[in-house]
Design a binder for this molecule. Structure first.
Ligand code: GSH
Length: 258
């Protein structure tokens, strides 16, 4: 398949086990998943689709191309995007909650029923978006040792705070849920930080490390993960500080993530 990515080295589609998952979801369904195989935000939604066994049609899209037809679905031009019964929706956290609402009868229940517990989950989902993910990307991208040391400490602190709230084994208790889903794509990619940024899970404490080890083994995570070498082509550019995605630009400019 010819690549439509601006950088022709970036693989145009999922590989390995994830490719099998893609192939199993080609049939038209009322839910269309516009996906970028490499994207951690995207993987959040993919994990929920797989966890709940929701019928969906997988369509690979290159969000960097900003094609008119895609911008009509998502004016922000980002993956993940879905079409449900012909109507578009986007933003990974919103999509996770949407899928829970629509497919409430299908376990796992990613949000607790109890209003207090549900609110508590949302606080830590917010903490993930505001503190963990930005620090993770700063550590990945920033170039000086001083900046990296600071980002690593920020990341450890943010992950440690979250880990103090884990009920166990999953964040909200027995069931795999929203806070787990929102974090696991970055857990399964933290080999990049371990290899190139002196990061280790234990740096955020034993509780965090135990939780992270458990999350990455989840079937839905394995089934939505492509081959490491293909992913590294993308991460090499982030590590070198030359990536040009919306996320990369936001980190460089010290702005909030898109
Ligand atoms: N806040 C968005 C972020 C999604 C996002 O940044 N997706 C990236 C891929 S990982 C994208 O589509 N990038 C296209 C671009 O940077 O132009 C979400 O949570 O869904």
């Amino acid at each position: 398949m010819p690549s439509t990515f601006p950088d022709h080295n970036i693989h145009p589609e999922a590989t390995g086990i994830a490719k099998k998952t893609v192939d199993a979801h080609q049939k038209p369904e009322e839910l269309v998943f516009w996906s970028g195989w490499f994207c951690p935000f995207n993987q959040r939604v993919w994990i929920i689709l797989e966890e709940k066994g929701i019928p969906y049609q997988y369509k690979e899209v290159n969000p960097y191309a900003k094609e008119e037809s895609f911008l009509k679905l998502n004016p922000r031009g980002l993956v993940p995007t879905i079409e449900y019964q012909g109507k578009p929706l986007y933003e990974s956290t919103v999509l996770c909650e949407f899928l829970e609402d629509v497919y409430l009868d299908r376990p796992p229940h990613v949000l607790p029923k109890d209003p207090y517990e549900k609110a508590r989950v949302r606080i830590w989902a917010d903490h993930t978006s505001k503190h963990i993910i930005p620090a993770w990307h700063r550590l990945l991208q920033l170039q000086t040792k001083e900046d990296q040391d600071k980002a690593r400490q920020d990341l450890y602190e943010a992950q440690r705070k979250l880990a103090e709230e884990i009920k166990g084994p999953y964040f909200a208790g027995e069931e795999f849920g929203l806070v787990d889903v929102l974090n696991v794509p970055w857990v399964s990619r933290d080999h990049v930080l371990r290899e190139y940024r002196e990061y280790k899970r234990e740096g955020a404490g034993e509780n965090y490390a135990r939780w992270a080890d458990l999350l990455e083994k989840r079937d839905s995570v394995v089934k939505t993960t492509s081959d490491k070498d293909k992913l590294m082509v993308i991460y090499d550019r982030y590590l070198a500080g030359t990536a040009n995605s919306e996320v990369a630009k936001a980190i460089r400019e010290g702005k909030p993530l898109p």
